[in-house]
Design a protein around this ligand. Structure first.
Ligand code: DI6
Ligand code: FE
Length: 396
């Protein structure tokens, strides 16, 4: 495959977007073989090729934080919040995550898969080729396993790659209210072991928050992940500052996610650990958060920033990475280049994937071809999808 007459945002190198004008991309056996100005195309590669008519080619998009497998919906909670209840008040009143837990426990694998694919298809229609999918609406061994099996099935049903994340420490289920440590010991750790044993887990996450688990309660989960050889990540400092980022950094986490309440010292800790800050503007918007993540501190300390949908039925019922990019710019003041890096190069880093997220020789040919001229257009529009073509592993 040879794509010519394109503008290519390689997302590597020092130029903005790694942009190459009048460019060509040569793909062989699912891998990028060559990318550069068409005038420099090596002789052996100059077959006919396909005219991209000046369109923009970027790496295919990566959604590095989602909860797309779940039962039911939470439209009722949306109404409660519009009448004045906060996200935390709904959770404390027995709604929130644990209401999705009931629906997910009662759903069959087929029902969960069908629901997940509707959301995944929306993401694919915008050029997504890799997605992270978490468990965390089971909160018992059987349902956590069921969710992870469904997440694996998503990768069979569609041309995408899936990274699964075990999120057993997402909320305290009704049967363990007030007994957080017992839940971790009796359910979360056994579920993690069973799921890892079954090959269903690529990483381990937890929700460190006043309405969920403290850093001390999460520590044994991370310790067990380390024993199992699994990387960790954390929902940290979303609604308040509870020390999650420091815990994540101490365990060399792939990422700390949300991080609205992270401070300068947290940013420094993430930088030292090489962890990515995953920003989730859909959740910020939905819960009407007012404190934005410390983007300036992340820049100063050189923390890579990713953007994701956090697609879930409660705090971020969003299935658009383009919208996440737009919100990242407008709500968090990211540059359009940071937004694009956030759903490509840095999203790959947040998933520990080193074969995608940029366009360079030897990387997977997961590409998105867009009907736009300039990369900033991807973040600029609202509710408009300019995808022309998605290429997955050199096909499409
Ligand atoms: N933070 C989130 O944004 C999701 N989980 C979490 O810990 C929300 C999950 C939900 O409200 O269903
Ligand atoms: Fe989340």
């Amino acid at each position: 495959m040879l794509l010519r007459n394109a503008t290519v945002a390689t997302m590597t190198g020092t130029a903005a977007y790694g942009l190459i004008a009048d460019a060509a991309v040569s793909v062989d056996a699912g891998t990028v073989r060559w990318v550069g100005p068409e005038s420099e195309l090596p002789a052996g590669l100059a077959e006919a090729g396909e005219d991209m008519e000046g369109r923009l080619i970027t790496p295919a998009l990566i959604d590095c934080h989602t909860h797309v497998v779940f039962g039911g919906d939470r439209a009722d909670e949306f109404e409660m919040r519009l009448e004045g209840a906060s996200y935390e008040e709904v959770a404390r009143a027995g709604g929130g995550i644990v209401s999705t837990v009931s629906a997910t426990r009662h759903a069959t694998e087929g029902e969960l898969l069908r629901g997940a694919l509707r959301r995944v298809d929306a993401l694919i229609s915008e050029g997504m080729a890799a997605i992270e999918i978490k468990s965390g609406y089971g909160l018992d061994v059987e349902t956590e396993m069921k969710m992870l099996r469904v997440a694996r099935e998503v990768a069979v049903a569609r041309d995408i790659r899936v990274r699964t994340t075990f999120l057993g420490a997402h909320a305290v289920p009704r049967e363990y209210v007030g007994r957080n440590a017992a839940y971790i010991a009796e359910v979360c750790l056994p579920a993690l072991e069973a799921a890892a044993e079954a090959g269903l887990v690529d990483a381990v996450d937890a929700f460190c928050e006043g309405i969920a688990f403290s850093a001390d309660e999460i520590e044994p989960v991370f310790a067990r992940a380390r024993e199992l050889g699994l990387p960790v990540k954390l929902h940290a400092e979303q609604l308040s500052h509870t020390g999650g980022t420091r815990l994540a950094a101490r365990f060399g986490a792939l990422s700390a996610d949300h991080v609205e309440y992270a401070d300068e010292a947290d940013a420094a800790a993430l930088a030292r650990a090489g962890s990515v800050a995953v920003l989730l503007p859909g959740a910020f918007y939905t819960v009407r958060e007012t404190r934005a993540p410390p983007v300036a501190a992340f820049r100063t300390h050189g923390v890579a920033m990713a953007l994701a949908t956090d697609c879930n039925p409660g705090s971020s019922p969003m299935t658009s990475l383009l919208l996440a990019m737009n919100m990242g710019c407008t709500l968090f003041r990211l540059t359009p280049e940071e937004a694009l890096a956030g759903v490509t190069r840095n999203a790959a880093k947040a998933l520990g994937m080193d074969d995608c997220g940029v366009i360079a020789p030897g990387k997977r040919a997961d590409l998105a071809v867009w009907d736009v001229r300039r990369p900033a257009e991807l973040a600029y529009r609202i509710g408009f999808n300019p995808l022309h073509r998605r290429i997955f592993g050199g096909a499409g």
